[in-house]
Write a protein that binds this ligand. Structure first.
Ligand SMILES: [Mn+2]
Length: 540
């Protein structure tokens, strides 16, 4: 992590009355708060107020919840156990995950593990660091009500005690190890036993860790029944669908479940020569990365059945799913603004995805909310469209947003739009729906405009923009759709909306850098998807 020290040392003046006994807070953690430019600033230890430093270890926990509604424990300081405890809660939120919590400093240090933890040392589980929870949370099971943060059922999956194994980097406490980015410990639970490590991943903002079983007598190689952390892009490096299809025992033009593909040789992108077969191969190869961003969202299809073959080529936007589409294509019936029923397609699986591509869909445009709560977006979009400005300006504005959102302790990612601009995305975890999310986005955007007023504007009227970049947050509205990551755009170069790492925003980045073949190579090279924080941060 690239942290600049802001102040060499500070006097610790703790307002003990505010949050109970402060003695479990170590001075090193007080100091860590005073490193500026840290992507990962959170509520671990302290909050700074005008009157001095106040211990607020559970501030974020408190802020996210309404204790008049949820039955989760209130944010009170707990009494440390003689032997520290751990708990893993199976949390059936929007996305099932496993909350892994270790007692330290009188609270539960917490990570949302995206899949069931395992004793298989070959499997590394993504564990997203989340806010500290009160010690009492270790006993919590039950239902978090609809509309509340993390709504859904919580069960205790495993619990017990643990021993810290101080290593080179974390010779001190668990908290020191968390600061250093690595902790090792032995779990004494029902399901999980033996030595484990939690290691912070590099270069992705600081919230993403890996939970790894160490090799010992409790290890069960092969125990995990799902995928083995293999580079999932391995089989996708070549572009031709035919070759891969044959490797899987199919012939070209056939898919499982019997989808027949038509006119695979038709040229869809004349500038590059990419055919419909190439577009099908691209969507087949990208499906695992794309589908999480489409699943259970109403989708508008941008269809160009003859591709970009000419100015008169058909190009239309399809919301309603025709009756003659196969019955297995999932649909959701919603009312249009005029009160008419619209059967939106749900692109929840590869089969549906490829069927729609075969129907001439080039770009999928999903809503920002899912069918389980259509009034509440699960992320906020900042659209940076250069217009009469430049791509360099878009990068400057994206970086300013990045700084601002980090300061707000909100996860954020950036991607190319696939056309000329950039999109910055942040999960929406606040209270309320689209209106509140948009108001928040507008406030953030306003602050960016205050910082760099010569470059960016939120002015909706084109004539008032004076060549500045328009930072658009108005798409955060019910019924609007947005370009998700990993879709190809209907432009000659067949460019793809591509998630990038923050440190890739340099002069070598061009908006058209990634197309339907180069992005597959890129994903083969990357260890992890730059969108991972986005998927995991949404309702952890
Ligand atoms: Mn959770």
């Amino acid at each position: 992590m690239n942290c600049r020290r802001k102040q060499p040392d500070i006097m610790m003046t703790a307002n003990a009355a505010a949050y109970g006994n402060p003695t479990h807070i170590t001075l090193s953690r007080v100091r860590s708060r005073w490193y500026d430019d840290c992507a990962d600033t959170d509520d671990r230890a302290l909050s700074v107020s005008a009157t001095g430093i106040i211990l607020m270890p559970l501030d974020t926990y408190k802020r996210k919840r309404d204790f008049n509604i949820t039955s989760e424990p209130k944010p009170a300081a707990g009494t440390s156990h003689r032997t520290p405890i751990f708990v893993i809660q199976e949390h059936h939120a929007t996305r099932l995950h496993y909350d892994f919590r270790l007692e330290a400093e009188g609270v539960l240090k917490s990570w949302a593990v995206t899949k069931e933890p395992t004793l298989d040392p070959a499997v590394k589980r993504l564990a997203v660091e989340v806010e500290d929870h009160p010690l009492k949370y270790a006993k919590f099971r039950g239902d978090i009500p609809e509309g509340q943060y993390g709504a859904g059922h919580v069960e205790i999956w495993d619990n017990g005690t643990y021993e810290h194994l101080p290593g080179d980097k974390d010779a001190g406490s668990i908290a020191d190890g968390i600061d250093a980015g690595k902790i090792e410990f032995v779990l004494h639970g029902e399901k999980l036993r033996g030595a484990f490590a939690l290691v912070r991943m590099k270069n992705d903002g600081g919230k993403n860790w890996l939970l790894i079983k160490k090799k010992d007598d409790h290890a069960r190689p092969g125990a995990a029944t799902d995928e083995k952390q293999k580079p999932s892009t391995e089989s996708r490096k070549g572009k031709p669908s035919a070759k891969r299809a044959r490797a899987e025992g199919r012939t070209s033009g056939e898919r499982p479940e019997g989808i027949e593909f038509s006119h695979e040789e038709k040229v869809m992108f004349p500038d590059t020569g990419y055919t419909k077969g190439d577009v099908l191969a691209f969507y087949d190869a990208i499906a695992d990365h794309l589908l999480p961003h489409l699943r259970n969202r109403p989708v508008t299809l941008e269809r160009l059945p003859d591709g970009l073959s000419g100015p008169d080529a058909p190009h239309f936007w399809q919301k309603n799913t025709p009756d003659y589409y196969p019955g297995w294509i999932p649909r959701v019936e919603l009312e249009s603004e005029r009160g008419e029923p619209v059967n939106y397609v749900l692109v929840n699986d590869r089969q549906t995805l490829l069927y729609l591509v075969n129907q001439g869909t080039i770009t999928f445009h999903p809503w920002l909310s899912r069918i389980d709560n259509l009034d509440r977006p699960d992320y906020v979009l900042f659209d940076l469209d250069p217009g009469h400005s430049t791509f360099a300006a878009a990068m400057t504005v994206a970086k300013a947003l990045h700084t601002m959102l980090d300061r707000e302790e909100v996860a954020n990612v950036v991607k190319t739009s696939g056309k000329s601009g950039l999109h910055v995305l942040a999960p929406w975890t606040g209270a309320g729906g689209y209106d509140e999310a948009r108001a928040w986005a507008l406030e953030i955007a306003g602050r960016v405009v205050e910082d760099i007023p010569d470059i960016v504007t939120t002015e909706r009227s084109k004539s008032e923009r004076h060549g500045k970049l328009y930072l658009d947050v108005m798409q955060n509205a019910r019924g609007h759709h947005a370009v998700p990551p990993y879709v190809v755009r209907a432009v000659g170069a067949a460019t793809v909306s591509t998630p990038i790492r923050w440190n890739e925003l340099t002069s070598t980045l061009t908006p058209g850098k990634f197309d339907i073949t180069s992005i597959i190579k890129r994903l083969g090279r990357l260890k992890n998807d730059p969108m991972a924080p986005m998927i995991s941060a949404v309702n952890p």
